[in-house]
Structure formats: C-alpha cells, structure tokens
Design a protein around this ligand. Structure first.
Ligand code: IPM
Ligand code: MG
Length: 369
C-alpha cells in the first residue's frame, strides 16, 4: 500500500494543542489498525509569518499540493494585527483554499445526544439535529475583483469588494450538495439573496437547471439567506443539506454550529474537483478559530479537530470503519460525562484538552477490544 501523505499545519493559538490530539489518534491507528501516515508538518498563518514573513510559504504550498490531504488547526491572533493586510494570517488560509481549488466546504452540524443541553436553544428544538452546510469556498466576495480601499479626492475613502459567480462555480458546488443529499434525507435548500443581488438570481437559475437536468429525485427549495438564518433558529429540523455561497456560508455555518452547543464541536472538509482517478485535493479543519484567549492553557476542545480527522479518513482515504470509530469514541466519551470548558454543564466532569484526548484514545481501545 502506498504511504498516505498528511500535511499537518497546526497554525496558531489553540491549533497546535488540538492537533496534538490528532497525532495521538494517528499513532493509535498505526499501533492498533496497522495504518500508517506519512505525517509532515508545516507552518501556516501567524506561525509562518513569524518564520518566513508570509502566512504560507511557497514551499508549504507545494507540500500541500503534493499531499494526499491537509489537516489545518487554526490561524490568526492579535499578535499579527499590525501586519500588512495582504499578509495577515487569514490570507494564508485563503491562499491554501484557492490554490488547492477547494471549492466545496462541507460543514456538518450534528447535535450529539449527550450535548443536547449545551445548546442555548431548547432541547426539543435541537435534539437529533443533523444538517450539512455546503459552502462555496473559492469564489464570491472573498476573492472577487476589483477590491481595495481608495482615497477619494474630495476626502475620505471608498472601500470596494466584488461579489461575482460564474455558472460553472455554482454548478459544481451544487452537484456536491445534491450528491450528499442523495445519501442523506434527499433535501437541498439553496440559499442566496436573489431579491437584491444578481449573483443570487444566477445562483437560483443554475441550481434550478441542475436540479431539473440531473437531480429531480432530490427535493430542492430556494430560500433567501436571511430567512435561512431565521429558520435555523426557529425550526432547524426542516433542513438536510444547505448549499450557499462563500460569505453566506461563513455566517450560516457559525450559526448552525451554535445549535450544536459549541463551535468546539464542528469539523469541516474542503474538497476540490475529482481527478481522473476520483481523487480530490482536500483540507480538513475545525470550524472554530485560533481562540488566542485560551491558547496554551490546555483547555481547548479537541473534538472538532478529531472529527475533522474522521472526515479526512472518510473523504480522502476511504477509511469508513476508522472514521466511524473516531466519531463513536468522541460520542461515547461525551456520553460518559467528560466535558471541556466550552461544553461544560452541571453535573459533568470538566477536563483538559489532553485528558479529553487520552479518554478518546482509551475509548478507541475499548471499542476495538
Ligand atoms: C472560516 C473562517 C475564515 C473564513 C476566516 C478565518 C478567514 O471564519 O473558515 O469560517 O472567513 O472563511
Ligand atoms: Mg467563519
């Protein structure tokens, strides 16, 4: 079997601490399942700025392109507030997404039974929730030109960003959403602002055409993005797959995350187009950020990163059994009453990042006898 190359970019803030727990699961896989990864590490975000003056170096970019999958922790923090805008930590993340061509960002929001009380919403609203947000990730206002801040002759400034989408960008992410829905509950909500934006009009038109041409077995509903934000709180169970653009997806996925109780629980997968062998470029990262306020304290929740690694096993390496094992281990440990600070509730045992990692590895042992 060929070595599976994993490029690991722990990044900034809590990134390195949560990624250390993935390392332990990778070691467990080698020990107990005879699966080895070629684990390579690189710098991204502020860590790369400190070392190389750029948020992702050309060498790291080349490593990412060569790897079978990339695992990213988190980037950013107040330490780099002063760096030039084009070189800020987040620019490194955007470069990785863009140059790897990761146009489809999958963000599942799943409410584990053990955490139903961690949500700020009533248990009956969120219990059993399982939503998949598919966010377009390489287009829209994040990358549109022209952009910039210009000084005006009459004084003051003008800032410009451009929201632009072409048919093919909408179609390819639409396909991902419909394909996922086929394996789930068969429903897609396509969200945009066709009532105010031409990009929304085109989005709606392309989704409708794609649905008619190839996916009429799936239910398609269009929804304005603001209504979607509201419906997510009112009745989240109406959703199965939500497909939306880069900016709306950024916002709606944070909102969906909070239905599950904590941003510390949400994994993500960013996928590119399949090549001739069906292989896709891919990067996996927790949806939470670098959380500089709690970095280095061993209190961050490693679950989102471990669940991202489970997605990596599932989508990049076809290792469904191992992915299931990790997800089950996380659920069982939560069911056993262990909580990191972000998901702590009355009567539960508050544990550190490391103890959460220990317990998940021990649970993996137990599950595999
Ligand atoms: C996310 C983050 C990023 C984004 C930031 C860190 C650039 O919020 O992955 O959702 O806006 O895409
Ligand atoms: Mg975000």
């Amino acid at each position: 079997m060929t070595a599976k190359t994993l490029l690991v970019l722990p990044g900034d803030g809590i990134g390195p601490e949560v990624m250390a727990q993935v390392r332990r699961v990778v070691e467990w896989l080698a020990r107990r399942r005879n699966v080895t990864f070629d684990w390579r590490e690189g710098l991204a975000g502020g860590a790369a700025i400190d070392a190389h003056g750029v948020p992702v170096s050309d060498e790291t970019m080349a490593d990412a392109l060569a790897a079978d999958a990339v695992m990213l922790g988190a980037v950013g923090g107040p330490k780099w507030d002063g760096v030039a805008y084009e070189k800020r930590p987040e620019a490194g993340l955007l470069r990785l997404r863009k140059e790897l061509g990761l146009f489809a960002n999958l963000r599942p929001a799943v409410v584990f039974d053990a955490l139903v009380d961690a949500s700020t919403l009533k248990p009956e609203v969120v219990k059993g929730l399982d939503i998949m947000i598919v966010r377009e990730l390489t287009g829209g206002v994040y990358f549109g030109e022209p952009r910039g801040i210009h000084e005006l002759p009459e004084g003051g400034f003008k800032a410009v960003n451009t929201q632009a989408y072409s048919s093919y960008e909408i179609e390819r992410v639409g396909r991902v959403a419909f394909e996922l829905a086929r394996k789930r509950k068969g429903k897609v909500h396509s969200c945009e602002k066709a009532n105010v934006m031409e990009t929304g009009v085109l989005w709606r038109r392309e989704m409708t055409a794609l649905h008619k041409a190839s996916y009429s077995d799936v239910t398609l509903e269009h929804m304005y993005a603001d209504n979607c934000a509201m419906q997510l709180l009112r009745n989240p169970h109406q959703f199965d797959v939500i497909v939306t653009d880069n900016l709306f997806g950024d916002i709606l996925s944070d909102e969906a995350a909070m239905l599950t109780g904590s941003l510390g629980m949400l994994p993500s997968a960013s996928l590119g187009a399949a090549d001739a062998d069906g292989k896709r470029k891919a990067m996996y990262e927790p949806v939470h950020g670098s959380a500089p306020d709690i970095a280095g304290k061993d209190i961050a929740n490693p679950c989102a990163t471990l669940l991202s690694f489970a997605m990596c096993l599932r989508y990049s390496f076809d290792m469904m059994a191992e992915a299931d094992l990790i997800e089950t281990a996380v659920q069982n440990v939560l069911a056993g009453g262990l909580r990191t600070a972000d998901i702590m509730s009355k009567g539960m045992a508050k544990v550190s990042t490391t103890v959460m990692g220990d317990s998940i590895v021990r649970e993996l042992d137990k599950l595999t006898g």
